[in-house]
Design a protein around this ligand. Structure first.
Ligand SMILES: [Zn+2]
Length: 349
């Protein structure tokens, strides 16, 4: 199956009432782990690369590895997504390379650290939409600022410093025409999200529900949404790691989000923990090993297991065969003739 538009994946998810995990990749084994899990659970999937990943792997390698995945698994719809584009140029280069979806994170300046004004965010995001949609490429925007830092991207601090204002979310969706909207509800990037199991004082699910009620047809995106399970932390620490105790976003909160308009859920940390735990275990218990396959294979298997579990929990499992891919050129026509509306349906306050 050719790579598909993320918009199509998310529209289908909205129809089916489920969420789609967006998993970050930096190398071949991570792509293989995701595809094995997608095949096992028959899930459509979003594979995403951050700027850091594109630099680490050389993005052309990643692009061709993901294309290889689409050839090997023709029955699985795959969207290839740029995670946290920091500028129009970053998004443009991803589109030129062949990504079918980009995130323009205009909540931060191009340095990836300093929060922007609302007007600056609208302006740069609108510019990306005007470039992407005629090419059939999906655009995700962000309003409000996530906490933490990952891959050198983020304002730092807690997730509560710049939570999304619902009025701004509505105006932002209207003025930019984004297909999907990432909102800040208290979550952070990286492993250290919460210092205890989060409750409503730090994880603002009520705010998410309010935004969904105001923007019922806009696909919402949860970032910083690894669950950081204790079992994965324990494996790392059992074999010589030194992770401090931490809490992520409980799966049941993500499922509440999915019942309220969340269609894309970003997961990276859980996979990083699974991989690192598996590698540590081999090196710690079998110090005579030196063939990278001896630890990369268990690492890949550990990530496969986490991804398959999330696919089932998010509800995307079993939906790979629901629809045929729409060609990107047809998606572009849909934006042009208005049949693929980007004007949000807005509910009264
Ligand atoms: Zn993010």
């Amino acid at each position: 199956m050719p790579l598909v538009s993320m918009r199509q994946l998310l529209d289908e998810a909205a129809k089916g009432g489920y969420g789609v995990g967006a998993f970050n990749v930096n190398d071949m084994e991570q792509i293989q782990a995701i595809m094995e899990a997608a095949m096992e659970t028959q899930s459509p999937v979003i594979i995403q690369a951050s700027r850091g990943a594109r630099a680490f792997a050389q993005d052309r390698y990643l692009f061709h590895l993901i294309l290889a995945a689409s050839e090997l698994y023709p029955e699985i719809p795959i969207a290839m997504h740029q995670d946290h584009g920091n500028s129009f140029e970053t998004c443009k280069s991803a589109i030129e390379l062949g990504f079918t979806s980009v995130m323009m994170d205009g909540s931060l300046k191009e340095d990836g650290k300093t929060p922007t004004s609302f007007e600056e965010n609208v302006e740069v995001t609108r510019k990306v939409v005007e470039y992407a949609h005629p090419r059939g490429v999906t655009v995700e925007g962000e309003i409000g600022v996530l906490g933490g830092i990952e891959d050198g991207h983020g304002a730092g601090g807690t997730g509560l410093e710049h939570v999304t204002d619902p009025d701004q979310a509505v105006e932002f969706a209207e003025r930019t025409g984004v297909d999907a909207l990432a909102i800040a509800i208290g979550t952070s990037h990286g492993a250290y999200k919460f210092t205890k199991k989060p409750d409503g004082s730090v994880l603002k699910m009520d705010l998410l529900i309010e935004i969904h009620n105001r923007l019922p047809h806009t696909h919402l995106v949860m970032h910083g949404s690894s669950s950081v399970p204790k079992e994965l932390q324990d494996i790392v620490n059992e074999y010589g790691g030194k992770l401090k105790e931490t809490w992520g976003v409980p799966v049941e909160e993500i499922q509440l989000g999915i019942r309220n308009g969340v269609r894309k859920i970003n997961v990276d940390t859980d996979n990083r923990l699974a991989i690192t735990g598996a590698i540590r275990k081999v090196l710690w218990t079998q110090p005579e090993k030196f063939d990278p396959r001896d630890y990369m294979k268990p690492a890949r298997d550990a990530m496969h297991k986490v991804v398959a579990q999330r696919m089932t929990q998010f509800g995307q499992a079993g939906h790979a065969g629901d629809y045929a891919p729409i060609a990107i050129s047809e998606i572009a026509k849909g934006y042009a003739d208005g049949s693929l509306s980007t004007q949000p349906l807005i509910a009264a306050k």
